[in-house]
Design a protein around this ligand. Structure first.
Ligand code: FMN
Length: 169
């Protein structure tokens, strides 16, 4: 993994101010998935962003303690379920530790990654690069497949779920 330099000894924003500032920024809500021998694993991730058009790349950022990170590091492939409004129970279900998170969830394999049933959008990626940054690891994915359709995205802001209004879906 490439390293991004630590910032010890330099000016740093107060941790509470930092958290409160970022909490006011709305984020998408995704469930990032991978599998070991077809046993699926998934994690709720809001740190998801487009990165490059040519080649098509996205990034997600996972805590270094994430179990999903270990799996993606090994398999080099992952899926991104971009959740739709009404799927917040999935967001909650996948935001906990455990290897049984798919137990009561409808899913199927799609282009080699576990996809959640429902109205969410879908991307399948091959890992291009892992970059350690502070206590997280940025995963850069080359997008091999995407499935898009009109949908209302689930958003997360101020520790609660909502969606956009007054915008075309
Ligand atoms: C709305 C929401 C967004 C989250 N975003 C992230 C994220 O971007 N990166 C991350 O590592 N964890 C994020 N989490 C926390 C993980 O979902 C949680 O720590 C999970 O238990 C990790 O599971 P794992 O160890 O199986 O990967 C988020 C949780 C919630 C509720």
């Amino acid at each position: 993994m490439d390293g991004v330099g630590a910032s010890q000894g330099r000016d740093q924003v107060d941790a509470t101010v930092f958290r409160d500032t970022l909490a006011r920024v709305p984020t998408p809500v995704t469930v990032v998935t991978s599998h070991v021998d077809r046993k699926p694993h998934g994690t709720t991730v809001s740190a998801f962003s487009s990165l490059s058009l040519d080649p098509p790349m996205i990034l997600v950022s996972l805590d270094q303690r994430s179990d999903l990170l270990k799996i993606i590091s090994d398999t080099g492939r992952f899926g991104v379920n971009v959740l739709a409004v009404g799927q917040q129970t999935l967001a909650t279900a996948f935001a906990r530790k455990g290897d049984d998170k798919f137990a009561d969830v409808a899913w199927y394999m799609d282009h080699g990654a576990p996809r959640l049933a429902g109205k969410g959008q879908w991307l399948v990626c091959r890992t291009e690069q892992l970059i350690t940054a502070g206590d997280h690891v940025i995963i850069i994915g080359l997008v091999e497949h995407a499935d898009t359709h009109s949908f209302e995205p689930l958003l997360y802001r101020q520790r609660s779920y909502g969606t956009v209004t007054h915008m075309r879906s």
